[in-house]
Design a protein around this ligand. Structure first.
Ligand code: ISL
Ligand code: CA
Length: 544
């Protein structure tokens, strides 16, 4: 039975960079409320709101110090309640970001857990130093550094898979699981329509043994998608989520297809969807930092594996942790920026699964031309820079890799108009605003029929009206290093072919005799398909 969250497209908001309403240079909840009509006009039905909870902002809100209160820089609980009600008036649902692998070290629980005799001690993962006084094991952080920090107060180390200000919760402790259930109910009762679950597949650590030696995230075999995580997810679903009309999408760092199938199999009642990373990493080594050549046929192979492997996909090309897709895989120069941005819109909205659009993606926002690490805010970029430095990677090469992959590329403020402050703020923005907001902004594109924004609106509407694009079977058709072709089919009803030239050079599909039919989408206004493709051209044909 099809669910409402399969029908709709989702729009991700990174609150600190979306819309500032009080000119302190930081986006906020009243700002989001003021932009709900633009979000509605895009045609999405769901908002994923990145964290707005109380936080010291060590990781821009992914380090929570109070799950039931709002960071004053974003507003108040009353603002959040108003956002829920204003969104509902526009038939927009909101899912919250559930960050439960860790809390902030400024959370009350952690402060108390530093006392060995506290009942909160076992809310976290504390261990004695090893014989030489060192860290309890050899694990390394997602942020490139260590995963243990010594606490002189209690003379022990505590575990943090991310930053030392993000201590991991202990999911062997049933009291922790009970606390999480209460937090979920709190937000579901306020009107949340579900959760995006942050690094949800690493919450249960099966052991604290040393991991096999690796360059990054050593120890992963002890915490990535362990059996204990499945058990906890089934319990949260059974005891909380199944009492609400809601859905969950789990961010599953380092997940493989076998485990993702277990996490999202409807019969197992764990998560509804997961974000995997394999597709975005086809042109990268060691997760997202070291580039290699992009090949369309490699992308089609990886997408096929996941599109056909999972019951239902979460489809995304950008988020607050990824560089802008038009800079990552497209061409962000003047000539082809819009055309390549539209090509990725065609890809996103014709793949099978719930499409997730990240703020700014709908207007083709680009990476930022950072000049050096001094301009970087992101603790992941800073941590990976240290790690690459320890591998003696030359500064120039290190910087080129980090400039292209830094999460700050996605976190520069939303470009609403061409005025100073880009319509985001009248104050001093927390992170530099891209100077190309003069040319690339929402207001100008609203007025222009052939803009990226209007192409996204058309594609979202097309998907919403097409059973084939929503539920049709995905199949690979043909690919080479430039071009990929896939089909979407409802047997006995309709077959569509999606043809994408993901390159700056003209191409041909060499199978044009199989690709015959009226064009239903073209990003360059083509009349009919003859087997040739210009640079960055996207075509969708109705085969039957
Ligand atoms: O994309 C990534 C994997 O290569 C990393 O940038 C990312 O940190 C990782 O996937 C986990 O991300 C989530 O948890 C982090 C937080 O910094 C990210 O913003 C969040 O999306 C810790 O909470
Ligand atoms: Ca503000």
């Amino acid at each position: 039975m099809n669910r409402w969250w399969q029908e709709k497209a989702v729009y991700q908001i990174y609150p600190r960079s979306f819309q500032d309403s009080n000119n302190d240079g930081i986006g906020d909840i009243p700002g989001i409320i003021s932009r709900l009509d633009e979000i509605k006009a895009l045609g999405v039905g769901i908002i994923w709101l990145s964290p707005v909870y109380k936080s010291p902002n060590a990781d821009n809100g992914y380090d929570i110090s109070d799950y039931r209160d709002i960071n004053p820089m974003f507003g108040t609980i009353a603002d959040m309640e108003q956002l829920f009600s204003e969104a509902e008036k526009r038939d927009i649902k909101i899912i919250m970001d559930l960050v439960i692998n860790h809390t902030s070290d400024e959370h009350e629980w952690f402060k108390r857990s530093r006392d060995k005799d506290s009942p909160y001690r076992d809310y976290y993962i504390w261990r004695e130093p090893d014989q030489s006084g060192g860290e309890p094991n050899n694990w390394t952080s997602f942020f490139g550094g260590k995963t243990w920090t010594f606490d002189p107060k209690s003379g022990e180390y505590y575990l943090h898979l991310f930053n030392e200000k993000q201590p991991d919760l202990n999911y062997h402790n049933p009291n922790v699981i009970a606390e999480i259930k209460d937090i979920m109910r709190f937000w579901l009762d306020k009107g949340a329509a579900g959760f995006r679950c942050d690094v949800i597949n690493v919450i249960f650590k099966s052991s604290l043994e040393d991991g096999v030696h690796r360059l990054a995230v050593c120890g992963r075999e002890h915490f990535v998608t362990q059996e204990g995580t499945h058990t906890i997810l089934q319990e949260l679903r059974r005891e909380v989520l199944d009492n609400y009309d809601c859905f969950t999408v789990g961010e599953a760092a380092l997940v493989n297809l076998r485990d993702a199938k277990l996490l999202t199999d409807p019969a197992r009642r764990e998560l509804d969807m997961v974000f995997y990373f394999d597709h975005l990493n086809v042109d990268r080594r060691i997760e997202k930092f070291i580039p290699k050549k992009f090949k369309a046929n490699k992308l089609l192979k990886v997408l096929t594996k996941w599109q056909q492997g999972l019951y239902w996909n979460a489809v995304y090309l950008e988020n607050h942790d990824q560089p802008r897709i038009v800079s990552h895989w497209g061409d962000d120069g003047d000539k082809y920026r819009e055309r390549s941005a539209k090509l990725f819109a065609a890809m996103l909205l014709t793949l099978k699964g719930t499409p997730f659009i990240y703020q700014g993606q709908e207007i083709g926002m680009t990476n930022f031309d950072f000049e050096g690490m001094a301009q970087i805010n992101d603790i992941e970029t800073i941590g990976v820079d240290k790690l690459l430095r320890s591998f003696k990677i030359p500064a120039r090469l290190r910087w080129n890799w980090l400039k292209a992959s830094s999460r700050d590329n996605a976190r520069t403020p939303m470009q609403w108009n061409a005025h100073p402050g880009a319509g985001f703020t009248q104050g001093q923005s927390w992170l530099d605003i891209n100077s190309n907001h003069i040319e690339i902004n929402h207001a100008e594109q609203e007025r222009r029929e052939d803009s990226v924004l209007n192409f996204y609106k058309k594609m979202i509407a097309l998907r919403g009206s097409s059973e084939t694009l929503k539920y049709g079977d995905f199949a690979p058709v043909w690919a080479n290093e430039q071009v990929m072709v896939y089909s979407r089919t409802i047997t006995g009803a309709e077959q569509l072919a999606v043809i994408l030239n993901i390159s700056g050079k003209p191409a041909a599909t060499q199978i044009e005799n199989n690709l015959i039919g009226p064009i239903i989408v073209s990003n360059i206004g083509r009349g009919e398909y003859d087997g040739t493709l210009s640079a960055w051209e996207a075509v969708v044909l109705k085969i039957w």
